[in-house]
Design a protein around this ligand. Structure first.
Ligand code: MG
Length: 386
């Protein structure tokens, strides 16, 4: 089999309500965007992948930095193609969607879901609702009620209010209202500060320690990204000083960064993402390193429906992933906003779990009409013929 053509589309979808995510204080998003790629083969099989929005840099990355080196190659030779993606990650931006597409092709060619090709540990994953915003406590409670009525049983709250006292008070209140009827996680989003009009300074070590101790008392499953990404020594110190698991690593890049995080014991839970961190099969190596170090590997999935579906295959394949992140925070971030490019959006069941698609490859069905409607830019390579 040979790769004969690559297509790249930049998609933009208007959100049903403005989104004010905790990780960009003061910013309001009215659209969600992604970089979609399709990799065509001479046997008529097409692989699909998607990454975050990086504007025209997305087209440059796939058109100039990836396609010229992979056209004519066998899509099964993932390890031969990976080095090109690593160079493209340095000179361009987030080329990892290409590896998703390769595995989509391999799964379709072998008539197997990708997670089964990789060991298939789970056919169904326990999910947690990954919220985005930091609404007032009454509204936070309302949103949890709504999602509970749709089957959700675990919730990741965001901690990015002006003071840690306010953050702790909200989690205390939520725990008081719902008791042990829900499971909780918290995400401080201190590792990555997006440009915004109201930057909130990163927590000090003492802040992180205070919050971690408070979350322990509230029986929170983990504290995520309590400190800046490369503050490895203090992350390791915090991790050893508290009992609550510390999670992070969603936007680290490259196998070597994850080796450092594991070797230094910066986190109990490694959260690499197949759209942001490395190629999806390369991240299986990170999951294995975590497994060998008695750590959990629970991928970050906040990008779009395709990123979510690819990370679901990765998560289900490994033995050390007890949870799956399901981004949803209505009214802005709905399943329809997240999965607008998919004819079959990813949904959970009423028992708070998600079943793996019983389909070859990654299990995506594109909504071609939506893709045409929401495409801002399209590029395609010439078709290769040997
Ligand atoms: Mg996070």
């Amino acid at each position: 089999m040979k790769i004969v053509q690559v297509e790249c589309s930049l998609l933009e979808f208007p959100l049903p309500a403005p989104l004010r995510p905790s990780w960009a204080p003061g910013r309001v998003f009215t659209t969600t965007n992604c970089t979609l790629i399709r990799v065509h083969t001479d046997e008529g099989i097409t692989g699909i992948g998607a990454g975050p929005e990086v504007g025209m840099l997305g087209i440059y990355t796939f058109a100039d930095l990836v396609t010229p080196y992979v056209i004519g190659k066998d899509p099964f030779r993932v390890e031969q193609i990976s080095p090109y993606l690593r160079v493209a990650a340095r000179d361009g931006s987030y080329p990892w969607a290409f590896e998703m597409a390769l595995w989509d092709i391999i799964g379709k060619a072998t008539n197997q879901p990708v997670y089964r090709l990789w060991g298939g540990f789970n056919d169904r994953m326990k999910v947690y609702a990954s919220l985005a915003e930091v609404p007032p406590v009454e509204e936070q409670i309302e949103r949890i009620h709504l999602l509970r009525s749709q089957g959700m049983k675990a919730f990741k709250l965001r901690l990015r209010r002006p003071t840690i006292k306010e953050d702790i008070a909200v989690v205390e209140q939520v725990r008081k209202v719902f008791g042990d009827e829900i499971e909780l996680m918290v995400d401080a989003n201190q590792a990555h500060v997006m440009p915004s009009p109201k930057p909130i300074g990163a927590w000090s070590y003492e802040d992180a320690l205070t919050v971690a101790r408070a979350m322990e008392k509230l029986d929170v499953n983990w504290l995520e990204e309590p400190l800046p990404r490369y503050n490895t020594k203090q992350l390791a110190r915090l991790c050893s000083e508290v009992d609550i698991p510390i999670a992070g690593g969603e936007l680290n890049i490259g196998l070597h960064e994850y080796k450092t995080l594991v070797d230094m014991d910066c986190y109990d839970i490694i959260q690499a993402d197949a759209a942001f961190s490395e190629g999806i099969f390369q991240l299986r190596k990170v999951a294995s390193l975590a497994e060998m170090s008695f750590k959990k590997f629970i991928p970050h999935t906040w990008s779009n429906g395709i990123g979510l579906g690819a990370n679901l295959q990765l998560a289900a394949s490994v033995p050390n992933c007890p949870w799956f992140e399901f981004p949803v925070d209505p009214p802005a971030w709905t399943i329809e906003s997240r999965d607008f490019m998919l004819a079959k959006p990813f949904r959970i069941d009423m028992d708070g779990t998600i079943g793996l698609p019983d389909l070859p490859g990654m299990g995506f069905f594109l909504d071609e009409e939506a893709i045409t409607k929401y495409s801002k830019h399209n590029w395609q390579s010439e078709r290769f013929s040997s």
